[in-house]
Design a protein around this ligand. Structure first.
Ligand SMILES: [Zn+2]
Length: 417
């Protein structure tokens, strides 16, 4: 204390100094968490004891979750158990031992609250009766769209805001799904954040993150980091927590509009490029898995066994979308970012996203259209409308209704067939 009073540090600088000291002490340890993640309760993994065989666990790790094979460095699988190292260089007494089933016939039931297709009671004319569906329109939109860099405007035209577009689409989809018998809820009904946190409250985490990324801390970079942690991390954690702990649905549909790099938001580049793809939790990289929370959540995701259902649902939605719109598939060229999820459907990709990783129930994650495609830009200018309007030389429904109808058809086809 004498040291600080001798330096005559004001209290705020003193607090920052204390924080940085504690950061340097912990940064040397091998245990790492992603920003705002809670430390995992590894003992909860025991709920999956004897729910999977060694063969199936190995196959899912290798084919879906960690296809570069690096899971081998921290999971040892014997016919009897999986021994999991919780973080790099963890001493062996910290290892987690998960008992495995001797055969498929010996597998215990996987604990889950969501209903499968065969477990509900559809009614005549109400194919989605008995299902609880949560819609998660991506991003914040409205006055927040500029901060989250999901905004552009050409001259005095209507601004293009992904969060606003996703919310309009989700509200139309909610009505369609309800008419088909589903109980529908949404992560938000208004534009803006659901988390009560705001960027200035995330300063300490932002400073830590800049340090971790070896980025020089300037007032501008600190502000950008606080904002990114707010809309990209805190908001997604908050929505996932609500879905997992309160809503507990049978299915979650995350709705996004894709885009090409548009450069300046006031002078955006437009393209003639349309596309569609669906993202499924998988393809984790060694760099992501050094984080203890990512290892834990990835294993929970694998052991929750939603992957196959999500592939089949995403396949049905992709087919309905293509039948209505003819959108071509988006292709990733970097296997460290995403890998194909199905040999039969080029629209489906395994990729590690925070939302699909954190949400426990099956998630259909849609990335549709390109917001800065010339025709889509024109359709955004037209807003939502009934029937069809002339767009260039085509007669088209509202962009929002086209999106919502395709998803509703695909989901219905999955549950009906
Ligand atoms: Zn998005």
């Amino acid at each position: 204390m004498k040291f600080f009073s001798a330096l005559r540090l004001p209290p705020s600088v003193f607090c920052l100094f204390l924080f940085l000291c504690s950061f340097f002490q912990t940064a040397g340890l091998a245990q790492q968490l992603t920003p705002l993640a809670a430390k995992p309760h590894w003992e909860n993994l025991q709920q999956y004891a004897e729910t999977i065989t060694a063969e199936k666990l190995t196959k899912d790790l290798q084919e879906i979750y960690v296809p570069d094979g690096s899971w081998n460095n921290w999971i040892t699988i014997t016919p009897q158990e999986a021994v999991i190292q919780p973080y790099p260089e963890a001493p062996s007494e910290k290892n987690i031992h998960l008992p495995l089933a001797a055969s498929e016939a010996d597998c215990k039931k996987v604990p889950r609250y969501w209903k499968r297709k065969s477990e509900r009671d559809p009614l005549p004319g109400k194919p989605l009766a008995g299902l609880k569906i949560v819609l998660d329109p991506g991003h914040l939109g409205g006055e927040w769209a500029k901060m989250e860099e999901r905004w552009f405007q050409i001259g005095k035209s209507k601004p293009v805001e992904e969060g606003t577009m996703a919310l309009i689409t989700a509200k139309i989809l909610a009505r369609r799904l309800e008419a088909l018998g589903a109980e529908v809820d949404m992560t938000h009904h208004e534009l803006g954040p659901t988390t009560s946190l705001r960027p200035p409250q995330l300063r300490a985490v932002a400073l830590q993150q800049l340090k971790k990324e070896k980025v020089k801390c300037t007032p501008y970079r600190l502000k950008k980091m606080e904002e990114a942690l707010f809309y990209r991390v805190a908001e997604i954690h908050h929505r996932a927590d609500w879905i997992n702990k309160v809503a507990k649905p049978d299915l979650v549909i995350c709705m996004h509009y894709d885009a090409e790099e548009w450069g300046s938001a006031k002078h955006p580049k437009l393209f003639d490029e349309e596309r569609l793809h669906f993202l499924i939790s998988g393809d984790f990289t060694p760099g992501e898995l050094v984080n203890e929370d990512v290892r834990y959540t990835m294993l929970c995701k694998l052991l929750g066994r939603t992957h196959r259902q999500v592939v089949l649902m995403s396949d049905a939605v992709a087919k309905a979308f293509v039948a209505d719109t003819g959108l071509p598939p988006f292709t990733y060229h970097n296997p460290a970012k995403a890998r194909p999820a199905s040999p039969d459907n080029p629209y489906l990709w395994n990729r590690n996203l925070l939302a699909t990783r954190l949400i426990k129930a099956p998630v259909v994650y849609c990335e549709a259209y390109v917001m800065n495609d010339r025709e889509i830009f024109q359709r955004v200018q037209l807003g939502d409308y009934k029937g069809k309007l002339q767009v260039g030389n085509k007669c088209l429904p509202s962009l929002y209704r086209e999106y919502a109808n395709a998803v509703a058809k695909g989901i219905t086809n999955y549950y009906q067939n």
